[in-house]
Write a protein that binds this ligand. Structure first.
Ligand code: BJW
Ligand code: ZN
Length: 241
């Protein structure tokens, strides 16, 4: 493992364009449950069953309760060594971009700046009618919040299953992936599209792709190097002086 880490440190030193793709595993060590691991249940609902437009149409109050609970959890945790190490990586000599599937905002809190939140942000809400988006930092947002502009129901500004990603963000994410020379894929089960295809875009364009995850994922056979371990333990070793 140490030899692999040293080799990656060397690649990082020489890289011109670095892209990092993160998932829920990066926030796991902050105490935020992942989607598909243990803790991927809320009141006996699979979390992934609540993150859908159908669930919101059926029972918006339940979906809001679920998001209020998550906002509460996130408001009480702190970023961890992996978030901080990625913020440090951005300060290195290479062009750097972080594409995250996480909606918790912890990369920003840790100091990362060039961040694409492709699945949205839990601290933003959007009007279901006029589309107005604004920040709402109070964790408990009630179960039937209404738009201040038009009175229509508000929803979390996140991307649910079956919904399209913001086309501009998606385009930027593909462009970055296909033009980097080093990509890190950290803490994602790599099963949710289109994010799971970014590492393939990077690979096809000739990038060296490193995965960091304690579990084997469907990507493992396709990446150049899979580092088996926790993000909070491995990423800081890549950036320490
Ligand atoms: C650690 C660790 C530690 C633990 N250190 N690691 C093509 C093929 C097949 C299906 C599709 C396809 N295209 C689209 C689909 C359908 C669907 C999809 O991909 N389904 C698959 C599940 C089969 N995709 C979509 O619906 C997407 N929409 C789309 O493509 O639209 C097309 C369209 C175009 C035009 C019009 C209409 C439609 C949207 C996907 C949105 C996903 N949304 C969610 C919810 C966000 C809001 C919220 O959080 O509430 O995003 S679902 C959930 O999964 C969340 C996550 O961002 C996402 C990914 O999960 P992630 O981050 O990988 O977490 P886990 O839990 O799965 O994995 C954690 C990992 O961490 C594990 O591997 C652990 O081992 C590891 N780990 N501790 C490092 N300490
Ligand atoms: Zn409105």
């Amino acid at each position: 493992m140490q030899a692999d880490i040293d080799a990656v440190r060397e690649r990082l030193r020489d890289a011109k364009r670095v892209v990092v793709l993160t998932g829920a595993g990066v926030s796991a060590e902050s105490g935020i449950p992942t989607f598909r691991g243990e803790g991927g249940l809320w009141r006996n609902h699979r979390v992934t069953d609540l993150a859908t437009p159908e669930a919101f149409a059926r029972n918006p109050a339940l979906v809001w309760e679920f998001y209020n609970w998550r906002r509460m959890v996130i408001s009480k945790v702190d970023c961890n060594p992996a978030h901080r190490a990625l913020a440090a990586m951005e300060k290195g000599p290479a062009d750097f971009a972080l594409i995250t599937q996480n909606i918790d905002g912890l990369h920003f809190r840790a100091g990362s700046r060039n961040v694409l939140e492709i699945h949205g942000n839990i601290w933003k809400v959007r009007c279901t009618y006029c589309g107005d988006v604004h920040l709402e930092q109070e964790p408990d947002f009630g179960t039937a919040p209404a738009c201040r502009k038009c009175g229509a129901p508000l929803r979390p500004h996140v991307v649910w299953f079956g919904e399209g990603l913001d086309p501009r963000l998606l385009d930027t994410a593909y462009r970055l992936s296909a033009s980097c020379d080093l990509m890190f894929v950290i803490g994602t089960s790599a099963v949710v599209q289109p994010a799971a295809s970014f590492p393939f875009a990077a690979k096809s364009a000739g990038a060296f792709v490193v995965e960091i995850n304690p579990e084997r994922t469907p990507l493992a056979g396709a990446v150049d190097l899979a580092l088996a371990g926790k993000a909070g333990e491995i990423v800081p070793q890549l950036v320490r002086p």
